[in-house]
Design a protein around this ligand. Structure first.
Ligand SMILES: *Cc1c(COP(=O)(O)O)cnc(C)c1O
Length: 423
């Protein structure tokens, strides 16, 4: 296949990237290519495919909804699928209000705008935002500004607002010196909080795009304690970690955090349709009810609360809640393969959380541009396993429904690829 004359692919440097593979179908953890090959989708198609591709119950729910109400303007109107989803996610997160948008970046933008305007509506002068080193919160401007500066943001850095940046004391199997790095990060947070702060945003437990970097729950609770003491709001970006990915329904729960705002997307519709939601506490919602028109939250997307997306999300939640052991016990399924891999001389800094298993390949620079990831991608592809390493960080993040045999094939492909790299 060759590059299409009219398409522009995301996050792809055409000068070096392999040409895209044409997909004609999917089922479970498998992608079927036009040339007849089948690939295991070991990264859930950029972390969205939650149960499996073409999951029948979600497909059926979307089909039913499409024949009843496909879309309606969500100012002036409401509908049952949106109400049901809001009620269920509110009960599951403990946050009473749900605002719909279209993807993870907009879910973050909405959280940021709510936090910022909530203070402003009260006449407060809190103007500082805090985020972590290595953070990724999406590709729109507010989300980019919250995320760390990197090769992804470089062309736009002049346009991005400043945020206070705190170290992310990430860890891995057999890590040492962690307590001191955590203490240093907390000391920096204490210093930052001396400036009046509107909110801090965090990817709870695991930073995804910066390389599957884990922190301890205890560190995040210490962060939360300091925020509470200072009055600043806590925003949890659970766009990747939500819906069982970390072994609990939400990473905030696994870490015992009580955020004021939560952004969700990716797994929300089981990976079928683009949709984002931002959950907020009732306290924040109340801060927008006023006789002053400027206190209104003037934000809305054309497809707000699209009924098809809501129907998909409800069907996906049914599946998750019916089989909680599927996400609760996934980590144990990774262990044997990952322990075996960890003995390989090129494999460093192994970590695992819920459905995510990752390690770093010790070859060349620790950067997104390290070509070793692309080599491993190519070698695994030859064995029927699709991966997309983040530079030298190789990870698996498969759909919950992946079979034992398929998961084992992922690990075998990695073993073989590492063996070939060494030669
Ligand atoms: C993917 C991601 C986003 C952005 O979501 P999009 O749907 O790609 O816009 C934001 N935050 C985190 C933590 C993510 O992993």
């Amino acid at each position: 296949m060759s590059w299409h004359p009219h398409l522009w692919h995301p996050t792809t440097q055409v000068a070096v990237a392999p040409e895209p593979l044409r997909v004609v179908g999917s089922r479970g953890s498998l992608l079927e290519l036009e040339d007849g090959r089948q690939l295991i989708d070991a990264i859930s198609s950029w972390w969205v495919t939650l149960h499996g591709h073409a999951e029948p119950s979600i497909a059926a729910a979307i089909g039913r909804q499409a024949q009843q109400l496909e879309q309606v303007i969500f100012a002036n109107f409401s509908h049952r699928p949106a109400e049901q989803l809001a009620t269920r996610l509110s009960a599951l997160t403990g946050l009473e209000r749900l605002f719909f948008s279209d993807n993870g970046s907009t879910a973050v933008e909405v959280a940021l705008k709510i936090a910022w305007q909530w203070w402003r509506n009260q006449g407060s002068e809190r103007r500082q935002l805090i985020a972590f080193e290595g953070a990724y919160h999406g590709d729109t401007f507010g989300a980019m500004a919250l995320g760390d500066r990197s090769i992804f943001t470089a062309p736009y850095d002049d346009l991005l607002f400043d945020v206070a940046r705190i170290p992310w004391p990430h860890t891995h199997w057999g890590d040492g010196g962690l307590e001191q790095r955590e203490a240093e990060a907390l000391a920096q947070l204490d210093r930052a909080l001396q400036t009046p702060t509107a909110a801090l945003i965090v990817e709870p437990l695991i930073q995804g795009a910066s390389g599957m970097r884990l922190v301890r729950a205890g560190f995040l609770r210490a962060v939360q304690e300091r925020l509470r003491a200072s009055g600043a709001l806590l925003i949890a970006d659970e766009v990747m970690t939500g819906f069982g990915r970390t072994g609990a329904l939400f990473a905030s729960q696994r870490a015992q955090l009580q955020p004021d705002l939560v952004a969700l997307s990716k797994g929300l519709t089981g990976g079928f349709l683009p949709m984002g939601v931002t959950l907020a506490s009732e306290r924040l919602y109340r801060g927008f009810i006023s006789d002053t028109p400027a206190h209104t939250f003037f934000h809305g997307h054309s497809f707000t609360a699209n009924p098809l997306g809501c129907a998909a999300a409800l069907a996906s939640l049914d599946l998750l809640q019916r089989n909680p052991e599927r996400f609760q016990q996934f980590e144990a399924r990774h262990r044997p393969g990952l322990e075996q891999l960890s003995t390989h001389p090129l494999v460093k800094r192994v970590r695992c959380l819920g459905t995510m298993a990752a390690f770093e390949v010790e070859a060349g620079a620790a950067s997104y541009l390290n070509p070793v990831g692309r080599q491993i991608q190519r070698l695994c592809l030859e064995q029927g396993v699709f991966l997309r390493p983040l530079g030298h960080v190789v990870y698996l993040l498969p759909p919950l429904g992946i079979s034992e045999a398929q998961l084992q094939r992922c690990y075998e492909a990695l073993e073989a690829a590492l063996g070939q790299l060494q030669q």
